[in-house]
Design a protein around this ligand. Sequence first.
Ligand SMILES: Nc1ncnc2c1ncn2[C@@H]1O[C@H](COP(=O)(O)OP(=O)(O)OP(=O)(O)O)[C@@H](O)[C@H]1O
Length: 500
Amino acid sequence: MSHEAWTACCERLRASLPAQQFNTWIRALSAEPEEGGEGVRLRVLAPNRFILQWVRERYWPKIAEHLAELGIAQAELQLGAATKGGTPPRPSRAASAEVPSSTDATETPAAAAQESPPAASPAEESSTEPKPRPGRSAPKRRPLPLAEDVAPSSTLEALYERTRLNPAATFDTLVTGRANDLARAAAMQVAHNPGASYNPLFVYGGVGLGKTHLIHAIGNAIFRTDPRVVIRYVHAEDYYADVVRAYQQKSFDAFKRYYRSLDVLLIDDIQFFQNKARTQEEFFHAFNALTEAHKQIVITCDTYPKDIQGLEDRLISRFDWGLTVQIEPPELEMRVAIVQKKAQLLGVQVGDDVAFLIAKNLRSNVRELEGALNKVVAFANFHSQPITLELAKEALKDILHAYNRQLSVEHIQKTVADYYKTKVADMHSKKRTRAVARPRQVAMWLAKELTPLSLPAIGEAFGGRDHTTVLHAYRTINELRLTDPQLNHDVHVLLQVLRG
Ligand SMILES: Nc1ncnc2c1ncn2[C@@H]1O[C@H](COP(=O)(O)OP(=O)(O)OP(=O)(O)O)[C@@H](O)[C@H]1O
């Protein structure tokens, strides 16, 4: 009776949980009647403490409720293996991990490019303080340990918090297509075998194409397999801020100890190390120490290693040691799939026609796709209407209008040059005086907002500039719009003029 109840309970859980969660956490459990029990008492067994703790925190109330409805009044969750009925299926150590989303760890936001010297800027103030843990003895683990137990005093939440990972960015929530399948496969390999496969794994690609998502997915997968692995996600700007702080507070020992104590270092947007000599030096030594100890390093960047400007050769050559993979802009089908996946994650129904509308008009980056979907969902909520094609067109009319008018970059450049009384030729020139550079940045910003062109294509139209220059201009103007009323007014007027 109790075995049947357990089977029925599992069926209910299978129906109510995402497959990944069910396969990872519930299939790992087994059940047996308690000795001397009359078929109404059940011991549910978890094969290790990690699973025990996770199931207890997340699923046990629901499991107990189902069992009660199925006539099992007393059920207990314990550590142990089933003594009969075969070995329960073990959770897969494969990398398609799912980390429950109830932790409050947040993704470190990518801030705008910063070329200023390392003074105490707000970006540094808000950066994450390194957290050296002097009491922690150097790990002697090769290979990384299995998930057999977790120190009872450290809750999973606390361990997870230290990683700075975003629980929503997993392999499960990452849509795969031609644009990222190699990068994803390499990332899964690394997650499966940290420190032993590709070290470093270097992922590069344009803005908003999922590089950050991918390295969080690696971290989340490793954490799920073994929460004792010391993982840290850090944005390169925060690493830089940590270096500055260590310098100011003369705390380099603590800084070094902390970064070298990691088992997995996930460092995002390494192009921010450009021309920051001291940061590069520190990173060089941390890199060497970690790789020598077979600790895993994963790096993301917006360009191929050899194309990063202002980075020391010895660092660039090290980036080549492991595997370098690119993420490309997604093709239409993949963009449609991404919109649908994001809608599913938001818990909303979006028809193929709406997904297609968004995917067709927003081509260059996934973040924009997401932004458009959010706009449609917010619009529907606000008007209490279902998401139809008509509603989506209305919600996105600004974007579609810009797209349909096929505004050319040339037209934008001419309009901006007229407005600022400069020459169109200055849009292409290498001149960097403020009077020329600012209108050029405004024009780049407008080109990005009002045309479906990619950053490299916009850069090309502005005298063959690199896409990072366009990105920098875009971020600069976004920031200035918040702090400089005159510039904000200028942009507003130009938007009106160009949108007609
Ligand atoms: N293949 C994908 N499947 C699902 N979501 C994706 C995919 N690619 C990107 N995204 C989503 O798009 C958004 C932007 O991605 P992400 O921040 O990882 O880009 P990035 O390449 O790191 O950008 P940046 O260069 O600005 O740092 C995120 O919300 C991410 O979840």
